[in-house]
Ligand binder design. Sequence first.
Ligand code: DHB
Ligand code: MG
Length: 213
Amino acid sequence: MELVDPDVERYALEHTTPFDPQLRSLLAEASDALPYPSMLSGPVVGRLLETLVFAVGAASVLEIGTYAGYSTLAIAGGLAPGGRIITCELEAAHADFARRHIAASPYSDRVDLRVGPALDTIAGLTGPFDFVFIDADKTGYPAYFEATLPLLAERGLIVADNTLRDGHVLDPPDTWEAGTRAIAELNDRLAHDERVVVVQLTVRDGLTIVRRR
Ligand code: DHB
Ligand code: MG
């Protein structure tokens, strides 16, 4: 399903502050060199993440799902002075791509890339995190959410990507594939979860913003 009219998407892109040339070239190279261009967050989501991180004055960020490192570096640009982002990636090839671009960026000293299952990495972290971005395997979202909520700072945010799954969360449940099922069930639970306040955005493929109640 086309969630937003392409002309409107283009207009939004054209009226969003562009990133620096390094991040623009990362996006171009990742679109060609990595297998899943649709997984790249792009400039509008990148700017939104950077703006949220800036607004909460985040010094400590956890990202689950590095992929090319595009959102990692977008977020890094919004960090408070001395801020750090830990980013978790399962796939060595993705981590290698991201590592190279992180090293070439102005933010290499702000980024801590951890390769391996994110839940293993999270088990060794104490937080608190001012900002958490969940953007990895979709069946893992419920576990990532439960693992990170206790590590969230009092005024922190958890943001989850792809919470509309190209609109498939609106399809009949018996047609859901595993990732859509996990996300649709999480969306339903979160809307009534007494621990949190949630807003579902229709930006790109759906972003859900969560804070403590
Ligand atoms: C998929 C995953 C993503 O994180 C994304 O932003 C777009 C698509 C996917 O698994 O298809
Ligand atoms: Mg995503």
